[in-house]
Ligand binder design. Sequence first.
Ligand code: ZN
Length: 144
Amino acid sequence: MEKQFNQTKINYNSLVELGNLLLAQHCPKEIDILKEFEIDKTDVRPGVLCPICLHIPMRYERGKWRCPICQTLSDETFPEALDDYFYLYKPTITNTEFRQFFLFPTVHVAQKKLHSLHLPSTGTTKNRVYLLSPRKVPPCDFDF
Ligand SMILES: [Zn+2]
């Protein structure tokens, strides 16, 4: 390839400029993933995935999740599960939805965990809706 295409067509600065333009113009496509791939909501397993044996769901225990299969105690895949909820369902979540999706044992435990996330919210006590956003992915480190 290097022998066949040995002529420089675009210089380094133009490549960087083009890369910056692409990043600035990028906007994620908004699609309903479940509808797009004809997946029924009931086919999606709620909960947090075990990072070791990939069992789902793990059980919430004192601030972390325990895998009922391999007994791993972890909270490292919780942020990914929250991203999954965001991408699969919607960019907002109520306390009840949070409790049901992440299988918290009580409303109070779910509320405590939800508050610890410091998510922006709208509405008052009973109608409060928390706004989700996907985690920031670090930019690619292109080597021109
Ligand atoms: Zn496990």
